[in-house]
Design a protein around this ligand. Structure first.
Ligand code: GLC
Ligand code: MG
Length: 248
């Protein structure tokens, strides 16, 4: 058995199937101890909402925590985000301007304060408005030459982040830092903000059986043999995929 880099989304991917999660946690912990496998969580949640979930679901301590859709990386349980990563995101980013331009669209309502982060501005937008309004927001923000990217998930969440940031780019930052080959890296997800994990390179991918339509649609447009669509839901689907790729 060889060490691998395990990167997973939390809500409806790692978390959502309690029985399978207990089994997966035990297997991952053991793999980490025996072979030096690394565990990273990549979530849209802020650190505050992450801690709530960690306590509620008894999540094992990761080697790296990627929060706020890839805009913050916390290594080895540190309280402060990795400065090298923040430095990559800073050029051309202006969160006040992004927020004020975006909030002028009446279809958008701001998410709670805890989810407004230094490199992430987040709103709720109903699916029925999304197709029409997102390109308009993007065009308007680009008029100000802002370095931004829009990420829409789960038919409701809109995140605006620096262009150099998303879960996929954060994952590759970790992969290079820890020197894992793409073939020894596996990423897992269920929704729109996870597309970046699957799209950035040829890391092994596991789409859980309960994935949202935006991810399934993307997968059917860009199929790849290094990506596995599981039958099982959440941690059950992850276990299935880890076996499929021979990581376990
Ligand atoms: C989490 C975050 C939210 C974000 C969503 C999608 O729910 O709390 O701010 O919009 O993930 O990335
Ligand atoms: Mg999710």
């Amino acid at each position: 058995m060889k060490p691998f880099l395990f990167v997973t989304d939390l809500d409806h991917t790692l978390v959502g199937n309690d029985e399978a999660l207990v089994e997966l946690n035990q297997i991952l912990n053991q793999h980490r101890q025996e072979y030096g496998t690394k565990i990273a969580y990549a979530t849209g949640r802020s650190p505050v909402l992450y801690r709530e979930l960690q306590v509620e679901k008894n999540l094992i301590e990761p080697d790296a925590l990627v929060c706020s859709v890839g805009t913050e990386i916390y290594l080895n349980n540190s309280d402060s985000p990795d400065a090298d990563w923040s430095n990559i995101l800073s050029p051309g980013w202006n969160r006040e301007l992004v927020f004020s331009v975006a909030k002028s669209f009446p279809e958008l309502s701001p998410q709670p304060d805890s989810e407004q982060r230094p490199f992430k501005v987040s709103f709720f937008v109903k699916q029925e408005f999304a197709d029409k309004i997102l390109p308009q927001i993007e065009t308007k923000l680009q008029k100000y030459a802002l370095n931004i990217k829009l990420i829409y998930s789960s038919g409701i969440d809109l995140d605006i982040v620096p262009r150099s940031s998303d879960k996929g780019q954060a994952m590759q930052f970790l992969r290079q830092k820890w020197q894992f080959a793409a073939e020894q890296t596996v990423v897992c997800g269920d929704s729109g903000n996870d597309i970046a994990l699957f799209a950035v390179g040829n890391e092994r991918g596991i789409i859980v059986g309960n994935a949202r339509s935006e991810l399934l649609q993307w997968h059917s447009e860009y199929p790849a043999d290094y990506r596995y669509l599981a039958q099982g839901s959440c941690a059950g689907g992850i276990l299935e995929g880890l076996q499929y790729f021979g990581f376990l």
